[in-house]
Design a binder for this molecule. Structure first.
Ligand SMILES: *Cc1c(COP(=O)(O)O)cnc(C)c1O
Length: 498
């Protein structure tokens, strides 16, 4: 079946998957969504399959203008033991009624690797199919984890340059070191004064600036994004929902056909949205549990239908979820208004003009499949300590929000369904916050917590983090959000000379 993509903001757009991937965002500012109802998968087909085989099946359905051979190549090039620390790629730890799906086994220790390990392979083919021969400059706004994953994915790859923008003093020390020690000359990380939303909106401004595109074009570059609004980031994530379900069957934790819940630590809403697409494609899902931290904009939206960004931005111990403008929510809103692009375009216009919109949705609304909750800082810390003491399992600060939201849901509803909590980062990525939550304060400094946590929780330091503090690193560059264009031009022109 051939799949086309349309825009959340205009009805008359229908592009091929490779075109949607190459464009990143629709020319009307909307996001690309599948036009046809996706092929329904038989969840039992995935039982006993490797992750690469699972991904191949899913990718093939969404990226229908790629040949079977191309899809197989992409899946195999991404999901192997060079890029992931285990043959299983992602591991599932079951603790009774719930399990952790450990999505942090890749090179940057966060779930972003799930999509970013395959994305460059998909993108390269998409550009070929579109006859795009220019070099590609990948611009990324990151709340911490996407930055390193994108630098890792595109670093050293011919034809690509990657520039990532992260909030100055808004990422963890390990996250910062991970970015600064990525020494490929075609990759750069720069701190932007302000918070993640400021960085994200500055990058969006650059994308919307036709004159700047033309200028870069003249210099031999096409601009593209590796943020989760790109379909090449979003749809590969559908695979691990099916994979988790198949593993639960294999372990005997559920029977074929049983419904399960997924609890997902959420920020830009890409991860959980992939779960929604999995459900639409036939996965027996009972509830999708949206977990937030003190930035409760998603929780408030699911409770009231009002999305309101006019509030204080709170810095938390789960920085990758410190977001007020969840870009991917637009795709769910589009479904909730009955795929009426005019209607969703209107709401997004309100968002950019007034920082707020109100959604009226009826009984059949897909929002009914979601339950939302959040963890305060204290609750996230308590959850880490409790799960460590009770189960001997160490969660990171983001996963802790997922656990807390799951506990709230379990108290409110006794549905008898197994719940999979998506473990989105390794606890070693946020060692100080995790250590202090589980074991109390210690008089250690910064990176010493990494070793202390590794020892106390018996988690070996994975290769990508080993000796990270001794690795050669770049000097941190800090710019104002008004200086992005200047930075991009000068970095790209240095690329052409170098
Ligand atoms: C990016 C990230 C999230 C949020 O995921 P979204 O897809 O943006 O909702 C949660 N946890 C961690 C560790 C992350 O890196």
């Amino acid at each position: 079946m051939s799949q086309h993509f349309t825009s959340t903001r205009s009805e008359n757009i229908a592009v091929s998957p490779s075109q949607a991937m190459a464009l990143g965002i629709s020319p009307d500012g909307g996001l690309f969504v599948p036009l046809e109802n996706s092929e329904a998968f038989d969840p039992l087909w995935f039982v006993g399959k490797t992750y690469s085989q699972t991904a191949e099946k899913i990718l093939g359905a969404y990226f229908s203008d790629f040949t079977d051979g191309e899809i197989k190549h992409c899946a195999e090039a991404a999901y192997n033991t060079q890029n992931f620390e285990t043959q299983e790629i992602f591991t599932l730890e079951s603790l009774g009624d719930f399990s952790f799906l450990e999505l942090f086994r890749g090179r940057t220790l966060a779930f972003k690797d799930a999509a970013l390990s395959v994305f460059p392979h998909l993108l390269r083919l998409a550009l070929q199919k579109q006859g795009i021969k220019e070099k590609l400059a990948i611009l990324v706004a990151t709340s911490g984890d996407t930055g390193k994953a994108a630098m890792q994915a595109f670093g050293g790859i011919d034809g690509f340059s990657a520039i990532v923008f992260y909030p100055y003093e808004g990422v963890s020390e390990v996250q910062l070191l991970q970015m600064l020690t990525q020494m490929d000359s075609n990759a750069s990380a720069v701190a932007v004064r302000g918070n993640f939303d400021d960085a994200q909106s500055a990058v969006k401004d650059v994308f919307a600036d036709g004159a700047f595109h033309a200028k870069m074009h003249g210099a031999g570059y096409s601009l593209s994004s590796a943020n989760s609004i790109n379909i090449g980031r979003l749809f590969p994530q559908v695979a691990y929902y099916f994979y988790a379900y198949a593993k639960l069957i294999q372990k005997g934790a559920i029977s074929p056909g049983d419904k399960v819940n997924f609890s997902v630590p959420s920020g830009n809403f890409g991860n959980i949205l992939a779960g929604f697409y999995a459900m639409k494609a036939g996965l027996p899902v009972n509830k999708l549990i949206v977990a937030s931290n003190d930035n409760t904009v998603l929780f408030d939206f699911f409770r009231s239908g009002i999305y309101d960004t006019k509030r204080e931005f709170i810095k938390t111990i789960s920085p990758s979820m410190d977001i007020l403008v969840s870009s991917n929510l637009e795709r769910l809103v589009y479904e909730a208004v009955g795929r009426d692009a005019g209607n969703s375009a209107g709401l997004m216009q309100q968002l950019s003009a007034f920082g707020r919109y109100e959604l009226e949705s009826g009984d059949g609304s897909p929002l009914k499949n979601f339950y939302a909750s959040y963890a305060t800082e204290g609750e996230a810390r308590d959850a880490i300590k409790k799960v460590w003491e009770k189960h001997g399992y160490m969660m990171d600060t983001h996963t802790a929000c997922g656990y807390k939201a799951y506990s709230d849901y379990a108290k409110a509803a006794s549905d008898g369904c197994h719940t999979v909590i998506l473990a989105t980062a390794s606890p070693l990525k946020f060692p100080q916050a995790v250590y202090e939550a589980a074991f109390g304060q210690a008089s250690l400094s910064g990176i010493e917590y990494l070793h202390a946590l590794s020892e106390k929780a018996s988690i070996p330091i994975p290769a990508p983090l080993a000796g990270i503090q001794e690795k050669p690193r770049r000097q941190e560059a800090v710019i104002d959000s008004s200086a992005l264009r200047e930075y991009i031009s000068s970095f790209l022109s240095s690329q052409l000379q170098g």
